[in-house]
Design a protein around this ligand. Structure first.
Ligand code: FAD
Length: 188
């Protein structure tokens, strides 16, 4: 079995919707399918999405990588696919991720700053910049679930455990209980 690795850049064709659980909904669907298929085909790698651009890295059995890439090329959710790396690989370099997802993270922003890049335009990455992106994906500690931490979220954005209606109900129930205790105490 011969191994290979492949990286490409492309442009999303969909209009980005508000992020849900840390992921844009179109990207979430792509990730779900990718994780199912890539786990079956023993492919590993990562997907980066930002600025309406994709950067994806895949490694695994050559036939599986090529079959997957053929499907990806036909996908209408992106366009202008530019192959950045396509070469044999001696051994796997990722652990057990079927498709790691890296949202717009501080690490990537730092990388862009260090490289003097104003925006995320992976189709013009040099080979050195591609390797740095792959390293970022490899070292990213993002959750494998679709729930990725959003760096921009403030404490105020934390999910509400109780709705305001439930809170009001609990306050009223508390007042009724206190009233009953007071009345009960006066009757003793
Ligand atoms: P299907 O069962 O045919 O489809 C799975 C789900 O995806 C369905 O819910 C279907 O509605 C939806 N879907 C499929 N194609 C489209 C479409 N064109 N528009 C809208 N919804 C669609 N696939 C992988 O297997 N591995 C990858 O690593 C991978 N990476 C991707 C990266 C990018 C940037 C994009 C755009 C797509 C990627 N895909 C990947 C998806 C790939 O293009 C195919 O859609 C997928 O492989 C089809 O697999 P399937 O036949 O098992 O899925």
């Amino acid at each position: 079995m011969s191994l290979m690795r492949l990286a490409y850049a492309s442009e999303a064709t969909f209009e980005a919707k508000p992020v849900e659980k840390g992921v844009e909904p179109h990207v979430a669907r792509i990730l779900m399918t990718s994780r199912k298929n890539n786990a079956r085909d023993q492919l590993v790698g990562g997907l980066y999405y930002g600025n309406d651009r994709f950067f994806q890295y895949l490694e695994g059995d050559e036939d599986a990588v090529r079959r997957t890439f053929d499907r990806i090329l036909k996908d209408e959710r992106h366009k202008n696919v530019v192959t950045l790396i396509e070469e044999p690989l001696t051994s796997r370099t990722f652990s057990n991720w079927s498709m790691k997802y890296v949202p717009l993270s501080r690490d990537v922003r730092n990388f862009l700053d260090e490289e003097g890049l104003e925006s995320f335009e992976p189709s013009s990455f040099t080979s050195d910049q591609c390797e740095k992106m792959i390293e970022l994906i490899r070292n990213s500690s993002q959750d494998q679930n679709l729930v990725n931490r959003d760096d921009n979220k403030s404490v105020g954005d934390a999910p509400q455990v109780l709705s305001s209606g439930m809170k009001m109900g609990l306050i009223v129930a508390g007042l009724v209980l206190v009233g009953a205790l007071v009345i009960g105490g006066t009757m003793l």
